[in-house]
Design a protein around this ligand. Structure first.
Ligand SMILES: Nc1ncnc2c1ncn2[C@@H]1O[C@H](COP(=O)(O)OP(=O)(O)OP(=O)(O)O)[C@@H](O)[C@H]1O
Ligand SMILES: [Mg+2]
Length: 631
């Protein structure tokens, strides 16, 4: 469809959704579909739930967030269950301000933006439909029209609890425009939209001295006082503060704790009774989710001030720490790059992963457990199999520091360093070493890093570099083998056949001649020696492998090349050992002969076709690995 066609289609679809009718007709709608009358909090919760929930390893993963927010599933689950879910059930937490607290660039704003954009969409669906008193600047809930003394009866008949009072403005309108006949009051379906200031608001603090409460709760419209005669006529008031406009939806309170404390006190009644004061009017009921965010140091200074106690006890604080998984961090960078102006630059394979390794290391705390070092911890956190550790060890590690992830390097810093390397050198291709170099150079300019941390971080860069060296070597060596996986599998099968015969004291048959032959001790040892298995330990190692194979068979699982970490390592090293000299000579010779040149071209082609390099990054990789092997 062409773009104009789509615009028209969209407009028509939108128009189909519009609805306008009397309050009497509206009651008919909620009789059939009581969900329409849900509170803002409940709508937010249902929106999250309707997007889908998946159980992964006993943990809930909310699809609503998982498209854009990675690696903090546990915090999100807590947020959804402890705040949104309870608030949806009309528990008291609903009246509290939700305060997201976390380190810089940890995704707080992203999370809130998703909620806002999500609600805008959701209000256009059947399940998320919202109705309001027509012409009301605060899109007031139509059910407020039901007078207090009839609400018991209403509950009997409709099963819906009504909270909040009709606002002064609508009270007056009902009298003046409808002669008191509430059944005739016009109701319309509304569509939440931040741009149109319907049900979605954002408040950001300005200079504390000039900050005006009118930004939150509206103000007198002096030009109309003459017309209406008095300041206390609600028609002479502009209900256009963020709290007014966000009614029925969500209000984001940016950098809340940067506000002057006196200003925040205005929020007390809102967080206590669910209503706020505007001008000289009776309290106005608010049906909205208020979500604020802040960083840890501002939060700490806020709670250390006794004067803030009352407000503090009316907030629900949820931590949004950094992600601590390398592979999720890599996804974050990919997403950020996709959305940036460097998306056309070639980023060599592993470059982002290596940067992520560095970043995660800066966020992790040194493990207390003796047998674990920080690199192993990092791998365990990322779900990698580390020989000798199981999921219980992982849980224990996590328990060591419940507040992990509140410090360290933020994703934006890494992206900035990548961009700056690209821009400064006018590169069209960037590899892991370029990224690490740029990160290192940037550490000096990073204002909030002290000397001690800088030294730790420099160590982490070396660790990340070592990881890269390993990966780079493996990548090149694999590319030298015509079909790496095939070769590894053949070698492993061969080894296993021999191990089986050895343990069962059987003979093998030569596949060509059919002759019986003893297990090939030399082959088995050449593999086992790669991972330091001594002559004395070989029997135990071989038996252990057989046990693993039969355990797999019992469970109906296939034992393959990846099923035994150390065996895989041994096979890999053996393959590479056989290759080492070829790789070394071929990659480092300055004047390759014809056959070497052919091999190099083959390897480069394989790196490009199968491993995601381009010709620049593939050549850089070969040169680098050549230099590593010759050290
Ligand atoms: N866990 C995460 N998953 C996905 N993206 C993330 C995550 N953490 C940070 N980001 C990305 O990092 C960038 C900065 O995040 P955002 O602005 O939401 O952070 P913030 O917590 O609001 O930071 P600040 O305290 O600086 O306002 C965004 O592009 C965001 O998408
Ligand atoms: Mg932010």
């Amino acid at each position: 469809m062409d773009i104009l066609g789509r615009i028209r289609y969209h407009r028509e679809e939108e128009q189909k959704l519009h609805w306008r009718g009397t309050f009497a007709e509206y009651l008919q709608i909620i009789k059939e579909n009581p969900q329409v009358a849900q509170t803002a909090h409940s709508r937010v919760y249902n929106m999250i739930k309707d997007a889908g929930v998946e159980e992964v390893n006993g943990k809930k993963e909310y699809k609503f967030f998982s498209d854009q927010i990675y690696g903090v599933e546990e915090s999100i689950e807590k947020l959804v269950e402890e705040y949104f879910h309870s608030a949806a059930k009309r528990l008291d937490v609903r009246k509290r301000i939700l305060l997201l607290m976390g380190p810089v660039s940890g995704g707080k704003s992203t999370l809130v933006t998703m909620l806002k954009r999500g609600l805008e969409q959701y209000s256009r669906t059947d399940a998320g439909a919202v109705y309001a008193i027509a012409g009301c600047p605060m899109h007031e809930d139509p059910l407020h029209l039901i007078p207090q003394h009839l609400r018991e009866d209403f509950y009997e008949e409709y099963g819906i609890k009504i909270e909040g009072n009709l606002s002064p403005l609508n009270m007056m309108r009902v009298e003046k425009e409808y002669g008191g006949r509430i059944e005739d009051v016009l109701i319309e379906r509304i569509f939440l939209s931040e741009d149109k200031r319907v049900g979605v608001g954002t408040f950001s603090p300005s200079d504390p001295k000039s900050q005006d409460i009118a930004d939150l709760t509206g103000s007198i419209d002096f030009s109309t006082i003459a017309e209406y005669g008095s300041e206390s006529d609600p028609r002479a008031y502009r209900f256009d503060g963020e709290l007014n406009k966000a009614n029925r939806g969500i209000m984001e309170f940016q950098e809340m704790l940067k506000c002057d404390e006196k200003f925040l006190w205005h929020l007390l009644s809102l967080t206590q009774e669910g209503n706020f004061k505007a001008g000289r009017f009776a309290l106005i009921s608010a049906d909205e989710l208020i979500v604020a965010h802040t960083n840890e140091s501002e939060y700490k200074s806020f709670i250390s001030n006794k004067k803030n106690e009352a407000l503090h006890s009316r907030m629900i604080v949820m931590k949004i720490p950094y992600n601590l998984k390398v592979s999720e961090e890599e996804r974050i960078y990919k997403k950020m790059i996709r959305d940036s102006d460097i998306s056309n630059v070639h980023i060599a394979p592993h470059a982002l992963r290596i940067a992520a390794i560095f970043t995660i290391l800066t966020r992790l705390k040194e493990p207390k457990k003796q047998s674990v070092d920080i690199v192993k911890k990092m791998k365990l956190y990322d779900g990698e199999v580390v020989e000798g550790f199981n999921s219980q060890d992982l849980e224990e590690l996590k328990k060591e520091y419940p507040d992990e992830g509140m410090t360290g390097i933020d994703p934006r810093y890494v992206i900035n360093r990548i961009s700056s390397a690209i821009i400064r050198k006018e590169m069209t291709s960037i590899n892991a070493l370029d990224v690490l170099r740029s990160i290192k150079e940037g550490l000096d300019q990073h204002a909030s890093i002290n000397k001690e941390d800088r030294e730790r971080y420099i160590d982490f860069i070396s660790i990340a570099r070592k990881e890269y060296d390993d990966i780079a070597k493996k990548e090149v060596q694999k590319a030298f083998v015509y079909s790496y996986d095939e070769s590894a599998k053949t070698l492993m099968d061969n080894y296993l056949d021999n191990v089986e015969a050895y343990c069962n004291k059987n003979k093998l048959f030569d596949p060509l001649t059919g002759e019986e032959m003893p297990p090939d001790e030399k082959l088995m040892r050449s593999i086992e020696e790669q991972i330091g298995i001594s002559e004395n330990a070989k029997k135990a190692f071989r038996e252990e492998i057989l046990i693993r194979i039969s355990a797999y068979a019992r469970k109906g699982k296939k034992f393959d090349y990846n099923s035994h970490e150390r065996l895989r390592e041994a096979i890999q090293k053996k393959l590479f050992a056989d290759l080492k000299d070829v790789v070394k000579i071929t990659t480092s010779t300055k004047t390759p002969d014809e056959s070497q040149l052919k091999k190099v071209n083959e390897v480069i082609a394989r790196l490009i076709d199968e491993h995601g390099y381009n010709s620049v990054s593939a050549n850089e990789l070969l040169r680098y690995v050549g230099s590593l092997l010759n050290r």
